[in-house]
Design a protein around this ligand. Structure first.
Ligand SMILES: [Zn+2]
Ligand SMILES: [Zn+2]
Length: 135
């Protein structure tokens, strides 16, 4: 199975070749800032199965609450938030599902991170593990 994604202007494209290891919402304030939205929806895939197939994303290193680097990959032309690689999770890429081609899929979300920062209108997903912080 190959899943493809791309930025809004199509200068950057990527694909991954496995089912998600997990699917997660992150409500942290860094995710809010980066996307301009209430949370990020993440498809977490093994890095070995993830490749950028077109263009070169820009990166921005944010320091997470862990003190470790959260590397953000985005399109330098249109600004789309594409994926993150967290130093504390070295084997996976956290693909932001809004940039999947064909639109974000209605994934069954397994876990929600940083629920302490969740906005009131973003209701808890029944059955999803609820973590006040990360990990
Ligand atoms: Zn772009
Ligand atoms: Zn976050």
């Amino acid at each position: 199975m190959v899943t493809k994604g791309s930025c809004m202007c199509s200068q950057v494209g990527y694909e991954f070749t496995s089912e998600p290891a997990t699917t997660a919402l992150c409500h942290c304030t860094d995710c809010q800032k980066w996307t301009g939205g209430p949370y990020t929806a993440n498809v977490v895939v093994p890095r070995k199965n993830f490749t950028v197939t077109k263009g070169t994303p820009k990166t921005y290193d944010a320091i997470g609450a862990s003190g470790k680097v959260n590397k953000h990959f985005f399109c330098g032309n249109c600004g789309s938030s594409l994926y993150t690689e967290l130093e504390i999770m070295p084997d996976v890429a956290c693909v932001k599902s809004g940039c999947l081609d064909g639109g974000a899929k209605d994934h069954d979300i397994k876990v929600e991170f940083y629920t302490k920062d969740r906005l009131g209108y973003a209701k808890e997903i029944p059955g999803a593990e609820q973590l006040t912080h990360f990990g």
